[in-house]
Design a protein around this ligand. Structure first.
Ligand code: SF4
Ligand code: SF4
Length: 443
Protein backbone atom coordinates (compact mmCIF):
# COMPACT_ATOMS: atom_id res chain seq x y z
CA UNK A 1 0.00 0.00 0.00
CA UNK A 2 2.97 2.35 -0.11
CA UNK A 3 2.19 2.68 -3.81
CA UNK A 4 0.51 6.07 -4.25
CA UNK A 5 -1.34 4.86 -7.36
CA UNK A 6 -2.97 2.04 -5.40
CA UNK A 7 -3.81 4.50 -2.62
CA UNK A 8 -5.44 6.94 -5.03
CA UNK A 9 -7.39 4.08 -6.65
CA UNK A 10 -8.72 2.95 -3.28
CA UNK A 11 -9.72 6.50 -2.36
CA UNK A 12 -11.70 6.82 -5.59
CA UNK A 13 -13.48 3.53 -4.90
CA UNK A 14 -14.21 4.68 -1.36
CA UNK A 15 -15.64 7.99 -2.57
CA UNK A 16 -17.99 6.18 -4.97
CA UNK A 17 -19.19 3.84 -2.23
CA UNK A 18 -19.68 6.58 0.36
CA UNK A 19 -22.28 8.50 -1.67
CA UNK A 20 -24.68 5.55 -1.36
CA UNK A 21 -25.33 6.29 2.35
CA UNK A 22 -28.39 8.53 2.66
CA UNK A 23 -27.80 9.20 6.37
CA UNK A 24 -31.17 7.68 7.35
CA UNK A 25 -29.86 6.32 10.65
CA UNK A 26 -31.49 2.89 10.30
CA UNK A 27 -28.17 1.38 11.34
CA UNK A 28 -28.46 2.91 14.84
CA UNK A 29 -31.02 0.45 16.16
CA UNK A 30 -28.86 -2.60 15.35
CA UNK A 31 -25.37 -1.36 16.22
CA UNK A 32 -24.17 -3.10 19.42
CA UNK A 33 -21.60 -0.38 19.97
CA UNK A 34 -24.09 2.49 19.63
CA UNK A 35 -26.37 0.55 21.97
CA UNK A 36 -23.66 0.86 24.64
CA UNK A 37 -22.26 4.33 24.00
CA UNK A 38 -25.13 6.24 22.34
CA UNK A 39 -22.45 8.15 20.40
CA UNK A 40 -23.12 8.99 16.76
CA UNK A 41 -19.38 8.66 16.11
CA UNK A 42 -19.59 4.95 16.94
CA UNK A 43 -22.36 3.93 14.55
CA UNK A 44 -21.94 3.36 10.80
CA UNK A 45 -23.62 6.65 9.80
CA UNK A 46 -21.23 8.68 11.97
CA UNK A 47 -18.19 6.86 10.67
CA UNK A 48 -19.29 7.22 7.06
CA UNK A 49 -19.85 10.97 7.52
CA UNK A 50 -16.37 11.19 8.99
CA UNK A 51 -14.88 9.37 6.01
CA UNK A 52 -16.70 11.68 3.63
CA UNK A 53 -15.03 14.55 5.43
CA UNK A 54 -11.71 12.75 5.31
CA UNK A 55 -11.84 12.62 1.53
CA UNK A 56 -12.26 16.38 1.38
CA UNK A 57 -9.93 17.35 4.18
CA UNK A 58 -7.18 15.14 2.82
CA UNK A 59 -5.94 13.53 5.97
CA UNK A 60 -5.87 16.50 8.35
CA UNK A 61 -6.22 14.24 11.37
CA UNK A 62 -5.46 10.66 10.24
CA UNK A 63 -4.79 9.36 13.80
CA UNK A 64 -8.14 10.65 15.07
CA UNK A 65 -10.01 9.18 12.12
CA UNK A 66 -8.15 5.87 12.43
CA UNK A 67 -9.08 5.65 16.10
CA UNK A 68 -12.77 6.31 15.48
CA UNK A 69 -12.81 3.94 12.56
CA UNK A 70 -11.15 1.21 14.62
CA UNK A 71 -13.80 1.44 17.30
CA UNK A 72 -16.11 -0.95 15.50
CA UNK A 73 -16.83 -4.66 15.90
CA UNK A 74 -16.99 -5.17 12.10
CA UNK A 75 -20.06 -7.25 12.92
CA UNK A 76 -21.94 -6.13 9.80
CA UNK A 77 -25.23 -5.60 11.67
CA UNK A 78 -25.45 -2.12 10.10
CA UNK A 79 -24.92 -3.43 6.57
CA UNK A 80 -27.51 -6.19 7.08
CA UNK A 81 -30.06 -3.55 8.17
CA UNK A 82 -29.21 -0.84 5.65
CA UNK A 83 -32.05 -0.02 3.22
CA UNK A 84 -29.59 1.50 0.72
CA UNK A 85 -27.35 -1.55 0.65
CA UNK A 86 -24.28 0.37 1.78
CA UNK A 87 -21.38 -2.05 1.96
CA UNK A 88 -20.24 -0.69 5.29
CA UNK A 89 -17.58 -3.30 6.06
CA UNK A 90 -15.92 -2.98 2.68
CA UNK A 91 -15.83 0.80 3.11
CA UNK A 92 -14.34 0.52 6.60
CA UNK A 93 -11.70 -1.97 5.46
CA UNK A 94 -10.71 0.15 2.47
CA UNK A 95 -10.54 3.25 4.65
CA UNK A 96 -8.33 1.42 7.15
CA UNK A 97 -6.08 0.31 4.28
CA UNK A 98 -5.80 3.91 3.06
CA UNK A 99 -4.99 5.26 6.51
CA UNK A 100 -2.48 2.49 7.26
CA UNK A 101 -0.88 3.03 3.86
CA UNK A 102 -0.56 6.69 4.74
CA UNK A 103 0.59 6.39 8.38
CA UNK A 104 2.00 2.82 8.56
CA UNK A 105 1.09 0.35 11.32
CA UNK A 106 1.72 1.01 15.02
CA UNK A 107 4.95 -0.88 16.03
CA UNK A 108 3.17 -3.50 18.20
CA UNK A 109 0.72 -4.41 15.42
CA UNK A 110 3.56 -4.49 12.92
CA UNK A 111 5.42 -6.98 15.08
CA UNK A 112 2.41 -9.27 15.49
CA UNK A 113 1.14 -9.06 11.91
CA UNK A 114 4.31 -8.80 9.83
CA UNK A 115 6.72 -10.46 12.27
CA UNK A 116 4.52 -13.43 13.19
CA UNK A 117 1.18 -13.90 11.37
CA UNK A 118 2.69 -13.42 7.91
CA UNK A 119 5.01 -16.39 8.56
CA UNK A 120 2.77 -19.42 9.19
CA UNK A 121 5.55 -21.78 10.28
CA UNK A 122 6.93 -19.27 12.79
CA UNK A 123 3.40 -18.59 14.06
CA UNK A 124 2.89 -22.34 14.59
CA UNK A 125 6.19 -22.63 16.47
CA UNK A 126 5.37 -19.66 18.73
CA UNK A 127 1.96 -21.14 19.53
CA UNK A 128 3.67 -24.44 20.42
CA UNK A 129 6.03 -22.65 22.83
CA UNK A 130 3.05 -20.80 24.28
CA UNK A 131 1.20 -24.09 24.82
CA UNK A 132 4.24 -25.57 26.58
CA UNK A 133 4.70 -22.73 29.07
CA UNK A 134 1.14 -21.45 29.53
CA UNK A 135 0.49 -23.43 32.73
CA UNK A 136 3.21 -21.46 34.50
CA UNK A 137 1.28 -18.24 33.94
CA UNK A 138 -2.33 -19.41 34.06
CA UNK A 139 -4.60 -21.39 36.37
CA UNK A 140 -7.90 -23.18 35.61
CA UNK A 141 -11.09 -21.44 36.78
CA UNK A 142 -14.09 -23.28 35.35
CA UNK A 143 -13.94 -26.96 34.47
CA UNK A 144 -17.25 -27.00 32.55
CA UNK A 145 -16.51 -23.97 30.36
CA UNK A 146 -12.86 -25.08 30.25
CA UNK A 147 -11.36 -21.68 31.02
CA UNK A 148 -8.28 -20.35 32.81
CA UNK A 149 -7.20 -16.95 34.04
CA UNK A 150 -3.82 -15.28 34.55
CA UNK A 151 -1.97 -16.20 37.78
CA UNK A 152 -0.70 -12.65 38.13
CA UNK A 153 -2.30 -9.49 36.76
CA UNK A 154 -1.04 -9.03 33.22
CA UNK A 155 -1.83 -6.08 30.93
CA UNK A 156 -2.50 -8.40 27.97
CA UNK A 157 -4.88 -10.84 29.65
CA UNK A 158 -6.44 -8.52 32.25
CA UNK A 159 -9.44 -10.07 33.99
CA UNK A 160 -10.24 -12.34 31.07
CA UNK A 161 -11.19 -15.98 31.45
CA UNK A 162 -9.80 -17.70 28.37
CA UNK A 163 -9.37 -21.05 26.72
CA UNK A 164 -5.79 -22.26 26.85
CA UNK A 165 -3.89 -23.24 23.74
CA UNK A 166 -4.38 -26.93 22.97
CA UNK A 167 -1.45 -29.15 23.93
CA UNK A 168 -1.41 -30.56 20.39
CA UNK A 169 -2.65 -28.34 17.55
CA UNK A 170 -4.69 -30.00 14.83
CA UNK A 171 -1.95 -29.64 12.20
CA UNK A 172 0.23 -31.92 14.38
CA UNK A 173 -2.58 -34.43 14.83
CA UNK A 174 -3.49 -34.53 11.12
CA UNK A 175 -0.86 -32.71 9.05
CA UNK A 176 -2.26 -33.59 5.63
CA UNK A 177 -5.13 -35.59 4.10
CA UNK A 178 -6.17 -36.58 0.63
CA UNK A 179 -9.01 -39.09 0.49
CA UNK A 180 -11.24 -40.19 -2.36
CA UNK A 181 -14.96 -39.51 -2.26
CA UNK A 182 -17.16 -42.52 -1.59
CA UNK A 183 -20.87 -42.66 -2.25
CA UNK A 184 -21.35 -38.90 -1.71
CA UNK A 185 -19.35 -38.32 -4.90
CA UNK A 186 -18.19 -34.99 -3.46
CA UNK A 187 -14.69 -33.83 -2.62
CA UNK A 188 -14.24 -31.03 -0.06
CA UNK A 189 -11.13 -29.08 0.87
CA UNK A 190 -10.92 -28.31 4.58
CA UNK A 191 -9.57 -24.95 5.70
CA UNK A 192 -8.95 -25.26 9.44
CA UNK A 193 -8.27 -21.66 10.59
CA UNK A 194 -5.96 -20.49 13.39
CA UNK A 195 -8.36 -20.63 16.36
CA UNK A 196 -9.63 -24.10 15.55
CA UNK A 197 -6.13 -25.39 14.82
CA UNK A 198 -4.54 -24.01 17.99
CA UNK A 199 -7.34 -23.81 20.57
CA UNK A 200 -10.17 -26.10 19.40
CA UNK A 201 -8.50 -28.98 17.48
CA UNK A 202 -11.34 -31.31 18.54
CA UNK A 203 -13.69 -29.24 16.32
CA UNK A 204 -11.40 -29.88 13.33
CA UNK A 205 -11.40 -33.58 14.25
CA UNK A 206 -15.21 -33.48 14.33
CA UNK A 207 -15.23 -31.97 10.81
CA UNK A 208 -12.98 -34.78 9.54
CA UNK A 209 -15.14 -37.40 11.30
CA UNK A 210 -18.36 -36.01 9.86
CA UNK A 211 -16.98 -35.74 6.31
CA UNK A 212 -15.51 -39.25 6.55
CA UNK A 213 -18.78 -40.69 7.86
CA UNK A 214 -20.65 -39.24 4.89
CA UNK A 215 -17.96 -40.49 2.49
CA UNK A 216 -16.89 -37.05 1.36
CA UNK A 217 -13.37 -36.99 -0.12
CA UNK A 218 -11.16 -34.68 1.96
CA UNK A 219 -8.37 -32.41 0.72
CA UNK A 220 -6.45 -31.06 3.71
CA UNK A 221 -3.29 -29.25 2.58
CA UNK A 222 -0.39 -28.94 5.04
CA UNK A 223 1.08 -25.63 6.27
CA UNK A 224 -2.17 -23.70 6.18
CA UNK A 225 -1.97 -19.97 6.89
CA UNK A 226 -4.29 -17.48 8.60
CA UNK A 227 -7.19 -16.30 6.40
CA UNK A 228 -5.85 -12.74 6.71
CA UNK A 229 -8.74 -11.05 8.55
CA UNK A 230 -6.57 -9.68 11.39
CA UNK A 231 -4.31 -8.08 8.75
CA UNK A 232 -7.00 -6.64 6.52
CA UNK A 233 -9.02 -5.31 9.44
CA UNK A 234 -5.88 -3.48 10.59
CA UNK A 235 -5.42 -2.06 7.10
CA UNK A 236 -2.21 -4.09 6.60
CA UNK A 237 -2.47 -4.95 2.92
CA UNK A 238 1.12 -6.19 2.77
CA UNK A 239 0.50 -9.02 5.25
CA UNK A 240 -2.92 -9.64 3.72
CA UNK A 241 -1.39 -10.11 0.26
CA UNK A 242 1.24 -12.50 1.56
CA UNK A 243 -1.36 -14.64 3.42
CA UNK A 244 -3.69 -14.55 0.43
CA UNK A 245 -0.95 -15.88 -1.85
CA UNK A 246 0.04 -18.56 0.64
CA UNK A 247 -3.55 -19.80 0.84
CA UNK A 248 -4.11 -19.60 -2.91
CA UNK A 249 -1.00 -21.70 -3.46
CA UNK A 250 -2.18 -24.27 -0.89
CA UNK A 251 -5.74 -24.67 -2.19
CA UNK A 252 -6.07 -25.58 -5.85
CA UNK A 253 -9.78 -25.22 -6.75
CA UNK A 254 -9.34 -27.81 -9.50
CA UNK A 255 -8.87 -30.47 -6.79
CA UNK A 256 -12.18 -30.05 -4.92
CA UNK A 257 -15.86 -29.24 -5.36
CA UNK A 258 -16.24 -27.23 -2.16
CA UNK A 259 -14.00 -25.64 0.43
CA UNK A 260 -15.44 -26.01 3.92
CA UNK A 261 -14.57 -24.27 7.17
CA UNK A 262 -16.00 -24.52 10.70
CA UNK A 263 -15.20 -20.87 11.42
CA UNK A 264 -17.82 -18.26 10.53
CA UNK A 265 -15.18 -15.55 10.32
CA UNK A 266 -12.91 -17.51 7.98
CA UNK A 267 -15.89 -18.43 5.77
CA UNK A 268 -17.02 -14.82 5.41
CA UNK A 269 -13.41 -13.72 4.87
CA UNK A 270 -12.97 -16.19 1.98
CA UNK A 271 -16.35 -15.41 0.48
CA UNK A 272 -16.60 -11.66 0.97
CA UNK A 273 -13.43 -10.02 2.22
CA UNK A 274 -11.06 -11.73 -0.21
CA UNK A 275 -12.99 -10.66 -3.36
CA UNK A 276 -13.58 -7.15 -1.95
CA UNK A 277 -9.94 -6.54 -1.10
CA UNK A 278 -8.00 -8.72 -3.55
CA UNK A 279 -7.77 -6.10 -6.28
CA UNK A 280 -6.33 -3.52 -3.91
CA UNK A 281 -4.02 -6.08 -2.27
CA UNK A 282 -2.83 -7.38 -5.62
CA UNK A 283 -2.31 -3.91 -7.11
CA UNK A 284 -4.72 -4.69 -9.94
CA UNK A 285 -3.42 -8.26 -10.54
CA UNK A 286 -6.49 -9.65 -12.32
CA UNK A 287 -5.09 -13.22 -12.27
CA UNK A 288 -5.03 -13.08 -8.48
CA UNK A 289 -8.58 -11.71 -8.41
CA UNK A 290 -9.87 -14.55 -10.62
CA UNK A 291 -8.23 -17.19 -8.40
CA UNK A 292 -9.79 -15.54 -5.35
CA UNK A 293 -13.22 -15.54 -6.98
CA UNK A 294 -12.99 -19.25 -7.83
CA UNK A 295 -12.18 -20.10 -4.22
CA UNK A 296 -14.88 -17.75 -2.89
CA UNK A 297 -17.54 -19.45 -5.04
CA UNK A 298 -16.61 -22.86 -3.63
CA UNK A 299 -16.37 -21.84 0.03
CA UNK A 300 -19.09 -22.99 2.43
CA UNK A 301 -19.71 -23.10 6.13
CA UNK A 302 -19.54 -26.73 7.30
CA UNK A 303 -23.13 -26.67 8.61
CA UNK A 304 -24.47 -25.29 5.33
CA UNK A 305 -22.41 -27.88 3.43
CA UNK A 306 -23.74 -30.78 5.49
CA UNK A 307 -27.37 -29.70 5.24
CA UNK A 308 -27.56 -28.25 1.71
CA UNK A 309 -25.06 -30.40 -0.17
CA UNK A 310 -24.91 -33.69 1.71
CA UNK A 311 -28.55 -33.60 2.77
CA UNK A 312 -27.75 -34.34 6.41
CA UNK A 313 -28.97 -37.89 6.76
CA UNK A 314 -28.22 -38.77 10.38
CA UNK A 315 -28.57 -42.45 11.22
CA UNK A 316 -31.19 -41.92 13.92
CA UNK A 317 -33.91 -39.32 13.50
CA UNK A 318 -36.65 -38.19 15.82
CA UNK A 319 -35.62 -40.48 18.64
CA UNK A 320 -35.47 -38.45 21.86
CA UNK A 321 -32.97 -38.94 24.67
CA UNK A 322 -33.54 -42.28 26.36
CA UNK A 323 -36.00 -42.44 29.26
CA UNK A 324 -33.28 -42.48 31.90
CA UNK A 325 -31.53 -39.49 30.35
CA UNK A 326 -33.98 -36.86 29.10
CA UNK A 327 -32.57 -34.48 26.48
CA UNK A 328 -30.28 -31.69 27.70
CA UNK A 329 -31.29 -28.13 26.92
CA UNK A 330 -28.96 -26.44 24.45
CA UNK A 331 -29.21 -22.97 22.96
CA UNK A 332 -27.62 -21.47 19.84
CA UNK A 333 -25.89 -18.12 19.27
CA UNK A 334 -25.88 -16.80 15.67
CA UNK A 335 -22.41 -15.48 14.81
CA UNK A 336 -22.68 -12.17 12.90
CA UNK A 337 -20.31 -13.49 10.24
CA UNK A 338 -22.58 -16.46 9.62
CA UNK A 339 -26.11 -15.09 9.82
CA UNK A 340 -25.70 -11.43 8.82
CA UNK A 341 -22.92 -11.88 6.30
CA UNK A 342 -23.89 -15.23 4.74
CA UNK A 343 -27.50 -15.87 5.73
CA UNK A 344 -26.65 -19.19 7.44
CA UNK A 345 -28.83 -19.75 10.50
CA UNK A 346 -31.16 -22.70 9.86
CA UNK A 347 -28.36 -25.16 9.06
CA UNK A 348 -26.41 -25.08 12.36
CA UNK A 349 -29.72 -25.58 14.17
CA UNK A 350 -30.45 -28.59 11.94
CA UNK A 351 -27.05 -30.04 12.89
CA UNK A 352 -27.88 -29.67 16.58
CA UNK A 353 -31.39 -31.09 16.18
CA UNK A 354 -29.95 -34.17 14.49
CA UNK A 355 -28.59 -35.21 17.88
CA UNK A 356 -31.52 -36.44 20.03
CA UNK A 357 -29.46 -36.03 23.18
CA UNK A 358 -30.21 -32.29 22.99
CA UNK A 359 -33.32 -30.17 22.99
CA UNK A 360 -32.77 -26.82 21.26
CA UNK A 361 -34.24 -23.87 23.14
CA UNK A 362 -33.89 -20.44 21.54
CA UNK A 363 -32.42 -17.59 23.57
CA UNK A 364 -33.65 -13.99 23.29
CA UNK A 365 -31.86 -12.04 20.52
CA UNK A 366 -29.79 -15.02 19.38
CA UNK A 367 -28.37 -12.93 16.52
CA UNK A 368 -27.34 -9.93 18.64
CA UNK A 369 -23.53 -9.60 18.44
CA UNK A 370 -21.61 -11.24 21.33
CA UNK A 371 -19.17 -8.30 21.45
CA UNK A 372 -16.03 -10.12 20.34
CA UNK A 373 -15.04 -8.28 17.16
CA UNK A 374 -11.50 -9.73 16.95
CA UNK A 375 -8.98 -7.07 17.89
CA UNK A 376 -11.87 -4.91 19.19
CA UNK A 377 -11.90 -7.20 22.23
CA UNK A 378 -8.21 -6.51 22.83
CA UNK A 379 -8.53 -2.75 22.43
CA UNK A 380 -11.92 -2.11 24.04
CA UNK A 381 -12.32 -4.95 26.51
CA UNK A 382 -14.65 -2.92 28.76
CA UNK A 383 -17.34 -2.40 26.08
CA UNK A 384 -16.71 -5.83 24.60
CA UNK A 385 -17.34 -7.59 27.91
CA UNK A 386 -20.45 -5.49 28.65
CA UNK A 387 -21.93 -6.65 25.34
CA UNK A 388 -20.77 -10.19 26.18
CA UNK A 389 -22.53 -10.00 29.53
CA UNK A 390 -25.89 -9.35 27.78
CA UNK A 391 -25.29 -12.45 25.67
CA UNK A 392 -24.45 -14.44 28.80
CA UNK A 393 -27.71 -13.32 30.47
CA UNK A 394 -29.73 -14.46 27.45
CA UNK A 395 -27.93 -17.82 27.36
CA UNK A 396 -28.39 -18.50 31.07
CA UNK A 397 -32.09 -17.50 30.98
CA UNK A 398 -32.82 -20.55 28.78
CA UNK A 399 -31.71 -22.88 31.58
CA UNK A 400 -29.37 -24.65 29.14
CA UNK A 401 -26.42 -26.85 30.00
CA UNK A 402 -24.66 -26.04 26.69
CA UNK A 403 -24.55 -23.22 24.20
CA UNK A 404 -23.49 -23.85 20.62
CA UNK A 405 -22.21 -21.42 18.02
CA UNK A 406 -20.54 -21.71 14.62
CA UNK A 407 -17.62 -19.38 15.24
CA UNK A 408 -14.57 -20.12 17.44
CA UNK A 409 -14.10 -16.39 18.14
CA UNK A 410 -17.67 -16.17 19.51
CA UNK A 411 -16.90 -19.33 21.51
CA UNK A 412 -14.00 -17.53 23.22
CA UNK A 413 -16.10 -14.45 24.00
CA UNK A 414 -19.05 -16.47 25.32
CA UNK A 415 -16.72 -18.69 27.38
CA UNK A 416 -15.23 -15.58 28.99
CA UNK A 417 -18.65 -14.10 29.81
CA UNK A 418 -20.02 -17.36 31.24
CA UNK A 419 -16.89 -18.24 33.16
CA UNK A 420 -16.55 -14.80 34.74
CA UNK A 421 -20.11 -15.14 36.03
CA UNK A 422 -19.36 -18.59 37.44
CA UNK A 423 -21.86 -20.31 35.10
CA UNK A 424 -21.45 -24.01 34.41
CA UNK A 425 -22.50 -24.02 30.76
CA UNK A 426 -20.43 -25.82 28.11
CA UNK A 427 -19.60 -23.92 24.90
CA UNK A 428 -19.70 -26.13 21.81
CA UNK A 429 -19.73 -26.06 18.02
CA UNK A 430 -22.73 -27.55 16.11
CA UNK A 431 -20.43 -29.88 14.19
CA UNK A 432 -19.23 -31.38 17.50
CA UNK A 433 -22.81 -31.98 18.55
CA UNK A 434 -23.55 -33.71 15.26
CA UNK A 435 -20.31 -35.74 15.31
CA UNK A 436 -21.10 -36.94 18.82
CA UNK A 437 -24.40 -38.35 17.54
CA UNK A 438 -22.63 -40.24 14.75
CA UNK A 439 -20.23 -41.79 17.27
CA UNK A 440 -23.11 -42.88 19.50
CA UNK A 441 -24.67 -44.59 16.51
CA UNK A 442 -21.41 -46.33 15.55
CA UNK A 443 -20.82 -47.71 19.08
S1 SF4 B 1 -25.28 3.12 6.47
FE1 SF4 B 1 -27.28 2.58 5.60
S2 SF4 B 1 -28.63 2.48 7.40
FE2 SF4 B 1 -26.80 3.64 8.04
S3 SF4 B 1 -27.31 5.78 7.66
FE3 SF4 B 1 -26.27 5.06 5.81
S4 SF4 B 1 -27.95 4.41 4.47
FE4 SF4 B 1 -28.82 4.57 6.52
S1 SF4 C 1 -20.11 -3.01 12.00
FE1 SF4 C 1 -21.31 -3.36 13.89
S2 SF4 C 1 -20.28 -2.14 15.47
FE2 SF4 C 1 -19.50 -1.39 13.47
S3 SF4 C 1 -20.84 0.33 12.95
FE3 SF4 C 1 -21.76 -1.48 12.00
S4 SF4 C 1 -23.24 -2.27 13.53
FE4 SF4 C 1 -21.86 -0.83 14.59
Amino acid sequence: MSDMKALAHLMKELEDQLVVCMRCGMCQSVCPLYDQTGREADVARGKLALLDGLMHEMFKDPEGVYERLNKCLLCGSCAANCPSGVNVLEIFMKARAILTGYMDLPPAKKLVLRGMLAHPELFDRMAEWGARFQKVFTRPVNDVVGTSCARVISPLLGRRHFKNLAETPFHKMVPVLKTRPGKSGVRAAFYVGCLIDKIFPHIAQAVVDVLTYHEVGIVLPENQACCGIPAVSSGDMKTFRSLLEHNLNSFNPGEFDYLVTACATCTSTFKEVWPAMAEAAGNGDMGLLRRVERIAEKTMDINAFMVNIIGLAPPVRGVGGDTENPPEVITYHDPCHLKKALGVSVEPRAMIKANPRYQLKEMASSDWCCGMGGSFNLQYYGISSTIGRQKRDNIVATGCSSVATGCPACMLQIADALSRSGDRVAVRHPVEIYAEQLKRHEN
